[in-house]
Design a protein around this ligand. Structure first.
Ligand code: TRP
Length: 462
């Protein structure tokens, strides 16, 4: 084992960092709005199943590749397969890291900017969703505003990764994750104590079965991937700083549990408030930036809770963005022998440059479209709809079929001996899910995300 390579200082450090990666805009911005658009509770139920049967098994696989090889995604696949093609799969992960970070940091920047909006009391000036949406539009069409907060967020991300695995990522996660949990609990209690809160809870917990369709299932599965940071080697990279006496399945279960609970609590905090003031839960991507400001403006104590909310959202985004940058940095540190400090700064600057056309897609370049998508949507589409499902598919195929369980299981057993002895069936279930269920279902998600599935289905139906 490489003695000089960095390592986590503690088991809980890894779990908090990985949960920090998982818990992000996906949980607090995206999950509530897609649940809102897709029937609330019915979507939640499907999502929970997807997390359990696909998310958890693939997460274990990704962490295990990292821990076994102690390498970045490219080096890890190469070490286990000796094949340049598989190394290329790791390379796609590194590319996806750049791409996701370049648009993730833009939305995260809005969140930083909205802390200030909340503090100066702007939500009280535009409490109606339509007016709030106009105000939002004005902000993002101002290049100085949007670029400024984008760069500020990138600087924060770079600073943490610059400081290293233990002194940067682990320490930042140990400080920020408890704050995140406390802020979220405060918001949930506020939501639950609002008059009319039960309508929001009903919406989130009472499934309407007829709202479940193939589309919903695949959407839930795709989101399960995104929210657990799977499919591009982020969890692999974090796993590569683990030691062999850590228990991989247990850590993975802890990460999944934290991620899921936070998404559900965020959903409760948001929907109780949205229903309490009588606004639309199915507002789509604008739910957080168009609807919520008005919700805060109308609820008692809304001023302080709006500040808390956007601080929470920014923290969640930051603990995720550092994992995206770390994937890229680890590749250049391991394979190209760069110094971490230089890598963090240079790659941060490169990401900012890649992000620039996406930032400008909201203003100067808004008419510039490729395949009908502006640059921001295009990068999001390629990364989230193509690279992530493809990566997830490759990871499950690789572990189950190429690396092979004969070699995988002894590695998985390290640190998890008790699980192997007491619950051998857990291991058998994991094998079956990873070998058959995950590749098939992820492949369907992939077809659906690139818009092919519907065409195939309609051919068969005609
Ligand atoms: N999981 C994060 C969220 O829910 C986003 C994220 C961070 C991510 N790192 C990732 C997504 C790696 C995919 C791959 O906001």
């Amino acid at each position: 084992m490489d003695q000089n390579r960095e390592k986590w200082g503690s088991k809980i450090g890894f779990v908090l960092a990985a949960a920090g990666s998982a818990i992000g805009l996906g949980n607090i911005w995206k999950f509530p709005y897609i649940a809102g658009e897709n029937g609330g509770a019915s979507f939640v139920l499907v999502y929970l199943i997807c997390i359990a049967i696909i998310g958890l098994p693939v997460l274990i696989a990704e962490i295990l590749i990292g821990r076994t090889t102690q390498r970045n995604p490219v080096g890890a696949f190469y070490k286990l397969s000796n094949s340049k093609i598989w190394a290329g799969v790791g390379g796609l992960g590194v590319v996806a890291g750049f791409m996701i970070l370049s648009f993730y940091a833009i939305i995260a920047g809005w969140s930083l900017g909205y802390i200030i909006e909340a503090i100066v009391g702007n939500f009280y000036i535009w409490p109606e969703p339509a007016a709030a949406a106009d105000h939002f539009q004005q902000l993002v069409s101002n290049p100085t505003w949007i670029i400024g907060y984008f760069l500020l967020f990138m600087i924060l991300t770079v600073a943490i990764v610059f400081a290293g695995v233990q002194k940067g990522i682990e320490r930042a996660s140990k400080i920020m994750m408890p704050i995140l949990v406390i802020l979220l609990i405060v918001l949930m209690i506020r939501g639950l104590t609002l008059p009319g809160a039960e309508k929001g809870l009903n919406f989130l917990w009472n499934p309407e079965w007829d709202k479940i369709s193939t589309g919903t299932i695949l959407l839930a599965l795709g989101h399960a991937f995104f929210t657990l940071s799977l499919g591009m080697g982020a969890m692999l990279t974090y796993g590569s700083y683990m030691s062999e006496d850590d228990n991989v399945p247990r850590s993975a279960l802890q990460i999944v549990t934290l991620d899921t609970v936070i998404a559900l609590v965020a959903g409760m905090a948001i929907f109780t408030a949205v229903f309490a003031v009588g606004l639309d839960p199915a507002a789509g991507p604008g739910l957080i930036f168009h609807t919520l400001p008005g919700v805060f403006a109308k609820m008692p104590g809304g001023y302080i809770f709006s500040i808390i909310f956007f601080i929470l959202l920014s923290i969640a985004a930051l603990t995720s963005s550092i994992s995206l940058l770390e994937v890229v940095v680890s590749y250049f540190v391991d394979e190209k022998k760069w110094k971490r400090h230089n890598a963090a700064i240079v790659l941060g600057i490169v990401t900012a440059i890649i992000g620039l056309p996406s930032v400008l897609a909201f203003n100067i370049l808004s008419d510039f479209k490729i395949f009908g998508l502006n640059f921001f949507d295009l990068v999001d589409f390629i990364a989230s709809n193509i690279l992530l499902p493809l990566g997830g598919l490759m990871i499950s195929i690789f572990v189950a079929w190429i690396w092979g369980f004969d070699r995988v299981l002894p590695k998985l057993k390290l640190g998890a001996e008790k699980l192997f002895n007491d619950y051998p069936w857990v291991i058998s279930v994991w094998k079956i899910f990873l070998k058959y269920l995950a590749p098939v279902l992820i492949f369907l998600v992939f077809l659906q995300s690139i818009g092919v599935l519907e065409k195939i289905v309609s051919i068969f139906l005609d």
